[in-house]
Design a binder for this molecule. Sequence first.
Ligand code: NAG
Ligand code: NAG
Ligand code: NAG
Ligand code: NAG
Ligand code: NAG
Ligand code: NAG
Ligand code: NAG
Ligand code: NAG
Ligand code: NAG
Length: 649
Amino acid sequence: MKLLPLLTFAGGLSIARAVTVYGVTGVVPQTALSGPNSTPSPVVAVYVPPAFNETTLDVPAIPDPAPPTQFTLQLLQNAQDVNGLSIPQSGAFYGFSIEMSVATQVIGINSSFLNPPFLNLMSLIVERAGHVNIRVGGNTQETAVLVDSLSSGKIMEKDKEASSNPTLTPTLYITPEILYMLRNVSSLLNARWYLGIPMNDTNNPRLQIGEAAEAILGDFLLGFQLGNEPNLYAAHGHRPQGWAQFDYFGEFGVMIQAVANDDKIHIRNNIIGPSISDTFWTTESVWDTGFLQSYAAFPSPETADQIIDPQREFPHYLNHKERITDTLAQYLNSSNIAQAMGKPFLMFETNTASCGGFLGLSDSYGAALWAIDFGLQMAYSNFSGSLLHVGGVSDVYNPFNPPQTNASGFSQWSVNPIFYSVLAVAETLGRTNASKVIDLQANTGDIHTPAYAIYENDKIARLALFNYVSDSTGASDSTVAIAIGGGETGQPNGTPASVKVKYLLAPSVSDKQNVTWAGQTLGRWLQSDGRFQGEEQVQTVDCDQGSNTCTVKVPAPGFALVFMSDDAFQQAAPQSTATFETTSVTRTINTATVDQAVLATSNGQNGKDRQKQGSTSKGSTGAAQMVSAPHLAALCLFILAGVSSVCLS
Ligand SMILES: *[C@@H]1O[C@H](CO)[C@@H](O)[C@H](O)[C@H]1NC(C)=O
Ligand SMILES: *[C@@H]1O[C@H](CO)[C@@H](O)[C@H](O)[C@H]1NC(C)=O
Ligand SMILES: *[C@@H]1O[C@H](CO)[C@@H](O)[C@H](O)[C@H]1NC(C)=O
Ligand SMILES: *[C@@H]1O[C@H](CO)[C@@H](O)[C@H](O)[C@H]1NC(C)=O
Ligand SMILES: *[C@@H]1O[C@H](CO)[C@@H](O)[C@H](O)[C@H]1NC(C)=O
Ligand SMILES: *[C@@H]1O[C@H](CO)[C@@H](O)[C@H](O)[C@H]1NC(C)=O
Ligand SMILES: *[C@@H]1O[C@H](CO)[C@@H](O)[C@H](O)[C@H]1NC(C)=O
Ligand SMILES: *[C@@H]1O[C@H](CO)[C@@H](O)[C@H](O)[C@H]1NC(C)=O
Ligand SMILES: *[C@@H]1O[C@H](CO)[C@@H](O)[C@H](O)[C@H]1NC(C)=O
């Protein structure tokens, strides 16, 4: 469910009431354009941007009927006996999609000035999954221009004259330094990159970014994304009205040919397209042009969602059906087609909701449960990966946010609940690239207590158990009896002597800052340096040898990852973490300004040694220096209710 970063591009819309201007030194929401021809009103108040607004939603009522609180999962030991397992999946299934224009806020200023909290966060994924996939691109990629240098000395800059062009889409100038920056991240940890290359002008293809990326990123380059949301080109005014799927098909071909003719680009099989959201075009309508047969490109759908009231929507996210299986149903045909062609099928920008997400929902623990379920359902549905979108501070769906100012802010990052989902999915799938996923239809298919089994190297390895109900009394906690083989399966009893369990927990689905993964936290907003704090807590549950069952509790709300064997635990346990402790990191570590990247040997029991050195945070309001802008949901409401075609343009 990606969701169109509509608001972030509201800069292109005269009707927009909030305009987010991405600059190199910070995201600066400009105030209130209240109508098509109005001028900005004066700065009115100190304002907390949505990403740092602590508003929480009410906890939804316990579903009626409530799900049965006790159920059994009778499972088979060997993958060969199980029908419907997914293709083999990697723990790096979830990665990140960073809007090109915010790369210098999130990743670093340049190749010698990387943000340690960003490196620490990525390191948490790498130690679990072996690597992390990151896409840098988005709508800004379309007009990006590679230049040798900028007079400002910066590595990225918007064209100041951009607002004079009809669509107000700013030209983004970038220098090769940005690619060196990505390369230097990869030299510190195993990050691989998808890069957006421009397709705004196929009469004059600009492939310089691709050429430089190949030379600089080498094996760390996963692929080029060509064309971001062509389904919106005409609506955005980037192509004439009536420009449609066949035109895209043709222009994509022009670009592929240009790449083929470019002797500075040698990798020809890693072009990714079409990246479409589900507005105006279906994925199939692109296939029907013969796209796949002609180009055999990697399909990468994005989907858009139009949701209005977060409180009303919240329960729709807190179940396995509405925003999970119902949403993904439309892609099953495409994922099958892709699999038949031997192509990976990727969800390039994934998020809870469009228009920046919904305050209180997208940044809640409930969204974290949703994201784990959605990720595992995509894995089960034979997607090959999904990238969570990282935009600016007008967006509440970001997995993490750098400090708002251009201050270095080492321990002033904010980590949102859905970042923990990425860790949980990484550990659920582990490091072998051989995890096959099945949706167990648990609890006779009750949508509030789904479960998945993961088979690895043919054996049952891990179980993912959810409880979407939020009930602080404990009366809605689930008690899950797990049995392997034996009984009616006609197979020998395979229930282990004990299992290990890690929990992703928070006090309620509405909570935004008290999330823990196996007892550890990444800290409250504006207080994170990207490293875990606290001791890791892994529960060991002894199984009952009489009934051959292991009984695991899943709190309401809660997510439990159950490791069915020591091997299954080891294949997913964090190995060693490279941590980064200063405000800058260079290739030439050991210089005076830079601390060594510390390789802490750990099996996750490392929080104690990694306590933050204290925070300089002024708290969530102190750091806010932004001017007022309307609440995002209200903006979406306004647009969707009135002129939806404009919202989509
Ligand atoms: C947070 O968002 C709510 C809901 O939009 C709004 O009423 C409130 O004023 C915001 N808080 C701050 C400090 O901006
Ligand atoms: C990177 O940015 C830092 C901080 O602004 C600056 O001191 C340094 O010279 C820059 N390095 C390069 C290679 O531009
Ligand atoms: C890292 O960045 C520096 C410039 O600051 C550059 O000289 C060096 O080659 C880069 N390292 C890699 C591995 O790209
Ligand atoms: C494409 O983008 C480039 C760089 O921003 C710009 O110079 C050019 O005019 C654009 N072409 C079209 C057809 O929009
Ligand atoms: C799947 O997509 C293909 C290609 O667009 C189409 O021909 C076929 O009818 C679709 N099948 C279903 C069941 O929708
Ligand atoms: C995923 O692919 C596997 C292997 O081809 C297949 O057995 C399974 O049915 C597919 N799953 C879905 C949900 O289509
Ligand atoms: C932050 O940006 C402002 C305005 O561009 C500039 O004056 C200031 O020096 C910058 N601060 C840092 C720490 O870079
Ligand atoms: C998993 O896949 C990644 C990416 O293709 C590869 O680098 C890694 O070596 C693989 N791991 C294993 C255990 O095969
Ligand atoms: C959770 O965090 C909020 C602030 O976001 C705080 O007010 C509350 O006390 C915390 N709740 C618990 C149970 O720790």
